[in-house]
Ligand binder design. Structure first.
Ligand code: ADP
Length: 161
């Protein structure tokens, strides 16, 4: 059984993330979306809120589960049998940082390979930060964030003003 672990902040999950999850679910037997506690990123949503949103948007995929972690992903991966780490690649800038992260993770866990799925063309310029920026201006988010979480993003953006 091949497991892919897809880590990220998902603050909040976007249609770009969901596109990667949907495609990975057809390639791997099991996809574990791992919501990370990231001290470097000051987010809008708490870990519980991010996990809850991910659970709602992935509930239609039987082989996708959502988890969270506050330890290094290379260490976290050791609890699965022969997993790969899954990353989505947008523009060249993602490649630079993901390339070094993949090597660091392999040092921490030599059995752990990172596989990349290229972003769908439609979502190449989409990020959680862009969704938050658009929400601040009350923009229509339907082409950027999953419908199940639109109300959560609108509500949170009002609180953040
Ligand atoms: P963001 O960069 O939007 O804050 P995360 O830190 O949650 O996203 O990223 C988690 C993973 O999802 C990373 O591998 C990242 O490259 C990937 N990703 C983010 N946005 C997209 C997108 N629009 N298309 C494809 N992959 C993406």
């Amino acid at each position: 059984m091949r497991t892919a672990i897809y880590p990220g902040s998902f603050d909040p999950v976007t249609l770009g993330h969901l596109n990667i999850i949907r495609r990975a679910a057809t390639i791997f037997d099991q996809v574990v979306v791992c919501c990370m506690v990231n001290s470097a990123k000051m987010g809008w949503f708490s870990l519980e809120e991010r996990v809850d949103m991910l659970e709602r948007v992935t509930s239609r995929f039987p082989n996708v589960t959502v988890d969270s972690s506050n330890i290094l992903i290379g260490e976290y991966a050791k609890r699965y049998k022969g997993p790969v780490l899954l990353k989505g690649l947008r523009a060249g800038s993602d490649f630079e940082s993901e390339f070094s992260m993949a090597h660091i993770n392999k040092k921490i866990n030599p059995a752990l390979d990172t596989v990349f799925l290229t972003s769908d063309e439609k979502y190449t310029f989409l990020s959680s930060s862009a969704v938050k920026e658009l929400a601040r201006y009350d923009a229509d988010l339907t082409h950027f964030a999953p419908r199940e979480i639109l109300d959560d993003v609108r509500e949170k953006s009002k609180k953040m003003r």
